[in-house]
Design a protein around this ligand. Structure first.
Ligand code: HEM
Ligand code: MTE
Ligand code: MO
Length: 467
């Protein structure tokens, strides 16, 4: 006894464009979302993919919709219900696009399951200089593609329309294997500290969306030169990468880096097929991924399918309309993504991995541990640690070797031992200094941005010393 008119799926299916009105179904409800199409935060084009049919398969892919406020919004557009003769959508028939994702280590701290996003537990981060593959943070925007290594081909678009198609064994045998130890950090690492100032949009990463591995593969430079490109190109050029992971509309994950970085021998950009001496795990890009040392993780495209040189940056959503920084005064109504450059080299970063915030530690000698890293190959020259919120400081000892100047791609682990009195309340703080004497900002408020990226303020960890 519903007050809503009843429709068949066939009738709903006739409403697929703004001219014919845009209808969708969710459960057994029918919605006319024509007036929302242009306002959709994910873009009009994406929404129109579901026009005339069920939202569920698309929302299974974009879990951002599984929030109460999205369903509330949808309810405003309800115009009818499916007629009772229409079979309800069979949830077992609605294919889960993530069903083919690989198994994962239960020790990872999960921030979203579909797509899979998880970080290394903070206390494990600095146990070893190289992060074990199974515990390396994973940042996936889409389902993990199933790639058959035997039929895999990397498409490299050369000058004048010449196309190079490389099998995995050709990539391994035609180009010298080059190994680089490099840290990858997601632009959203430490976002949860930023969202404590004011809410931001994005996954609530703690300090573990960062990791270091020894990557092995062909130099991108060697592949580009082999394809016929030169050391130099006049004007502005970009090397664009596409992944084999794609959204329901067929748009692949994509990103680009400037041509100069791509062909530079000193920039060490890899088409990697190995991670810490093993073949790349599926979550990290099997069989081939880009590794761009010193640059935000988003440009290190996994499951690499295509490389092309272009006068424009990658047209991908993730190059154009995400992974950019803005002033704290910019909100979702005023943001103009075309006004800011895409993030490439990251700023100087450090964090405390031990002890953890809120911990109770015994009196006596306390060991504080953490990581420090900077973008662009700038080495970390010093880490300062305070136990009293930044009033007094000590210099931490840096472990590991100094890297070649300008090619410090990997983090430095650091440690400080200090006596702590029984019953004290400590605010442990760390801050790193890089080769250019760049420093971290003392508080996160002034670097707040609506997407919660580039969160690199002094890391502060309150700790109680027991009696
Ligand atoms: C984001 C609503 C259909 C893809 C969003 C958001 C809302 C929304 C409210 C912002 C969520 C948030 O960040 O809190 C709707 C409604 C739809 C619809 C009411 C149907 C009537 C679709 C379809 C697709 C899609 C069919 C894909 C094919 C996306 C994407 C985002 C998004 C990619 C951006 C996610 C991000 O910021 O990372 N949508 N959506 N949407 N939507 Fe939809
Ligand atoms: N490449 C593809 N094809 N698809 C993706 O979703 N995520 C990017 C980048 N490369 C992504 C991708 C982002 S935002 C980051 S931070 C790194 O991969 C994460 O690499 P990891 O999962 O191996 O740690
Ligand atoms: Mo990222």
């Amino acid at each position: 006894s519903s007050r809503y008119p009843r429709y068949t799926r066939e009738e709903v299916g006739r409403h697929r464009s703004p001219q014919d009105r845009v209808w969708v179904t969710h459960g057994t409800d029918v919605f006319d979302v024509t007036d929302f199409v242009e306002l959709h935060p994910g873009g009009a084009e994406k929404l129109l993919l579901a026009a005339g049919g069920a939202l569920e398969p698309f929302w299974a892919l974009y879990a951002v919709h599984n929030q109460p406020h999205v369903l509330e919004l949808l309810r405003e557009f309800k115009v009818g219900e499916l007629s009772p003769d229409e079979a309800p959508p069979d949830p077992s028939a609605a294919q889960d696009p993530f069903a083919g994702d690989p198994p994962r280590h239960p020790g990872l701290r999960i921030s979203s399951r579909k797509p899979f996003n998880a970080e290394t537990p903070a206390e494990l981060l600095t146990e070893r200089f190289l992060t074990p593959n199974e515990l390396f943070f994973t940042r996936n925007h889409l389902p993990v593609p199933a790639v058959d290594p035997g039929s895999y081909r990397l498409r490299v678009e050369g000058p004048e329309g010449r196309v190079l198609s490389l099998s995995l064994s050709e990539l391994r045998s035609r180009f010298p294997k080059h190994e680089v130890t490099a840290t990858l950090q997601c632009a959203g690492n430490r976002r949860s500290e930023m969202s404590r100032v004011r809410p931001v949009k994005g996954l609530a990463w703690d300090i573990g969306a960062i990791g270091t591995a020894r990557w092995g593969g062909a130099r991108l430079r060697d592949v580009l030169l082999h394809a016929g490109f030169g050391e130099e190109r006049d004007g502005e050029w970009h090397v664009c990468f596409e992944g084999l992971d794609a959204d329901p509309g067929g748009a692949p994950y994509g990103a680009s880096i400037p041509y100069g970085r791509a062909v530079s021998a000193g920039a060490d950009v890899l088409l990697a097929y190995e991670m810490n001496g093993e073949e790349l795990p599926r979550d990290h890009g099997f069989p081939v991924r880009v590794v761009v040392p010193g640059v935000v993780g988003a440009r290190s495209v996994k499951w690499l399918g295509r490389v092309a040189v272009s006068a424009a940056e990658s047209p991908s959503h993730w190059q154009q309309n995400d992974y950019k920084g803005f002033s704290p005064c910019v909100d979702w109504d005023s943001v103009d993504y075309s006004s800011a450059p895409a993030i490439q080299e990251l700023p100087v970063q450090s964090a405390i991995t031990h002890p953890r915030p809120g911990a109770a530690v015994p009196p006596g000698e306390l060991t504080v541990k953490g990581y420090a890293w900077s973008g662009g190959g700038r080495d970390v020259v010093r880490v300062d640690v305070s136990l009293d919120g930044g009033r007094t400081w000590s210099v931490a000892s840096l472990a590991g070797e100094r890297a070649a100047p300008g090619r410090a791609w990997a983090w430095r682990l650091w440690e400080l031992r200090a006596p702590v009195p029984a019953g004290a309340q400590l605010e442990i703080v760390c801050k790193a200094v890089d080769r250019s004497y760049n420093v971290q900002p003392d508080t996160v408020g002034p670097i707040w941005n609506l997407r919660g990226v580039l969160s690199n303020a002094w890391h502060r960890v309150p700790v109680t010393v027991t009696r």
